[in-house]
Design a protein around this ligand. Sequence first.
Ligand code: NDP
Length: 496
Amino acid sequence: MNKRNWEFRETFFVLTYKLFLNGEFVDSSTKETYEIRNPANGSLVDTVARGTPEDARAAVDFAYDAFKRERQGSSAPPINISRILQVASDLVRQNETELATTMTLEQGKTIAESKGEIRFFAHTLEYYAGLKARGSQVNISDPSKLAVVEKEPVGVVAGIVPWNNPILLMGAKLASALAAGNSIVIKPASTTPLSTLKVGELFVKAGLPKGLLNFVTGSGETVGEELVTNPKTRKVSFTGDTATGKRIMQLASSNLKRVTLELGGSNPIIVADDADIDAAVNATLNGRFRNCGQGCMCVKRTYVFEKIAPIFVEKLKSKASAIVLGDGMKPETTMGPVHSKPQLEKVSRQVSDTIEKGANLVLGGGAPSSPELSKGFFYLPTLVTDVDQTSKLVSEECFGPALPIITVDSMDDAIEQANSSIYGLGASVWTKDLARAKKAARELEAGTVLVNSLYGAGGWEIEVPMGGFKQSGVGREYGIEGLESYTETKTTIYGS
Ligand code: NDP
């Protein structure tokens, strides 16, 4: 593989991570680098180039030139983007272990979770390789004319990606933007750029013409904001915090860039008294504690019917107590650390606030006592009951392994409490009564409602659109809607 400088650091062979601009790995304009540390033990994983606004501008210029070149059909032979995405998908599968290992070291999740994420990425590339935006011919009132409606690429896209699912979230942006005929500049999160940069190598191998895909590492405030405000960027696709999303929307309004914002969620799960309790417990367990609770589509609040609450809590406590915390590289680990110190402190604050407001701590509530875990950002699986609706675990998005359990007396009560949030990303309901399920599905304010159903192992399904109501976002990613969000609609009317 290209530009590989082998070094021996601690226990892992790594390449020197640089910016990926115009098909090549290059130093940042200042040649500065910074360290990436393993959240499980604080050890050095590697160093990476610290990109600057100047680097971001260069990336956008390369992407702009590549887009124009491809639109004018200057590549000879013309590129077959479907074929390139398919080859890239095969290469991702072949390199699953290396990509997943890098992600676990920089992000902290278990190696099984990282492998699942890499497989999801490969599937995303394959899915978009076979998808085309819809065009149509329309009959208009004057029969002598012909009206054609086509989807055209928007141009240069900026993809800004968070650290919780660095490859999966980057993958949907990259695959749909390229499949729709755009070029893209991706800014990974500052703390998880390494696995992303390895993907650059695979696209070079897959034959992607230079400039169509670029990666700029560096901070959100500098590199991110340059990408959002650069006049040549036509669309911003962002995943991350709601507050950052608002800032991006404001900045992007200067020249009315298209935006897709996939933001926070405080997803409720409702468990009715006729639900299959074991299945609902498993869904809650997996939904809350996978990826250490750090997912926009994780379960964040539980509303359980009073009658079954004691047995539900007992079963959930028993299963959550069996979670094995540890270094994600160890096969016995079932939950890794929280990703960073600020995130650990945030979860801690949210739990303390909830307990101060009168909640009953059923499980966890702090860091594990094992000396082996003392250098990492570990937090015990935590359950609280008798929760006040104003406490932070309910009113804020909790991006960690802590779950409030609230009792309700009816489906109406559950739906009302579930909807009393600024967020509206996902929601889930467990009941065997079809009428109740339909009522909940209709009334829950969420972009995705899951009825007696657990999202796929990767977190969600690429074939269906995903996005939020209310302050959980703007627009949709995934599926054909996701592809078309990277296009402009052009109508051409041909006279006789
Ligand atoms: P951010 O929204 O700050 O980070 C997400 C991405 O945006 C990163 O690449 C970041 O870069 C970049 N970014 C930050 N500020 C700007 C800016 N002004 N302009 C352009 N890009 C920017 O999330 P945090 O990492 O701070 O996480 C905070 C909280 O957000 C979490 O606790 C969680 O509640 C929520 N969150 C939700 C996610 C979701 O999928 N819904 C994903 C991640 C977080 P950099 O890494 O350099 O800061």
